[in-house]
Ligand binder design. Structure first.
Ligand code: BGC
Length: 248
């Protein structure tokens, strides 16, 4: 079965059809720079362009870097504030004329990694953390997602965890990778004390450099880097769409 996934990030809106039997993209991944400002209408235009360029006319899944409840966006930490209280599923469904399932970006990555990637077959508690512009989280138990956990917004060292240890601090040259990893290690210890996961999965751009800092991570629970890399959002969105349609 094929389904279409779209991943809305801070710098790019990316989409492709996904073969759900393998978790692999079954067509070209199309990327459009995220419009500035990234208002709901502007992002919807980009999504429509991507979906139309594939001649796709079935349901789609879309990720946003936000809490999303029943298709309605509740937060906008790193995107345009115009998204708050926007019924994204209705907006996009109306523009495309197909059912649209909308979910948090880290939740999508978590679904993808537990189904096809680094956490495949893990039957206990999995915590996926994405380190990028912010810190995203996905909490899964026996493959089932508990959505919208937002661990990047935990208050840690008197600030939001994502301000203390986001991957962007390294990307922008504000922090050496070793120092960043030490901060992450402190944060993981705190998260481990609260959630006691069986496995941590590291996602986001900086997970590509996992080998460079893995030796600095001392947490009890094992840590593995994400496998699907920059496709996790698209694949997870497609997966969520297929499940959302089944549930409807
Ligand atoms: C947002 C999350 C999102 C994460 C990664 C955070 O700032 O609150 O919803 O998953 O960034 O994009």
């Amino acid at each position: 079965m094929q389904m279409f996934g779209v991943d809305v990030g801070g710098s790019g809106v990316k989409g492709a059809p996904v073969d759900l039997s393998t978790g692999k993209l079954s067509g070209e991944r199309i990327r459009i720079p995220t419009p500035k400002p990234a208002t709901p209408d502007a992002v919807a235009d980009a999504i429509v362009e991507i979906v139309k360029s594939h001649d796709w006319s079935g349901p789609i899944g879309v990720t946003l870097p936000s809490v999303v409840i029943n298709g309605v966006v509740k937060t906008a930490a790193n995107i345009d504030p115009g998204w708050v209280e926007c019924d994204a599923a209705r907006l996009l469904g109306g523009r495309l004329g197909v059912p649209v399932i909308v979910l948090n970006d880290a939740d999508a990555a978590g679904l993808a990694e537990v189904t096809y990637g680094a956490a495949k077959g893990e039957s206990g508690v999995v915590l996926l953390l994405t380190f990028g512009t912010g810190i995203g989280s996905a909490y899964l138990y026996r493959g089932q997602l508990v959505p919208n956990t937002e661990l990047g917004h935990l208050i840690f060292k008197e600030q939001k965890a994502e301000h203390y240890a986001a991957g962007r601090l390294v990307k922008r040259g504000e922090l050496e990778i070793d120092w960043w990893a030490r901060r992450v290690d402190e944060l993981l210890e705190y998260i481990d004390d609260l959630f006691w996961p069986d496995l941590f999965v590291f996602g986001g751009g900086i997970s590509k450099r996992f080998e460079n800092y893995a030796h600095l991570l001392t947490t009890r629970a094992p840590i593995v880097p994400a496998k699907l890399r920059n496709q996790a959002g698209i694949v997870g969105a497609a997966l969520a769409a297929s499940r959302g349609i089944e549930d409807a």
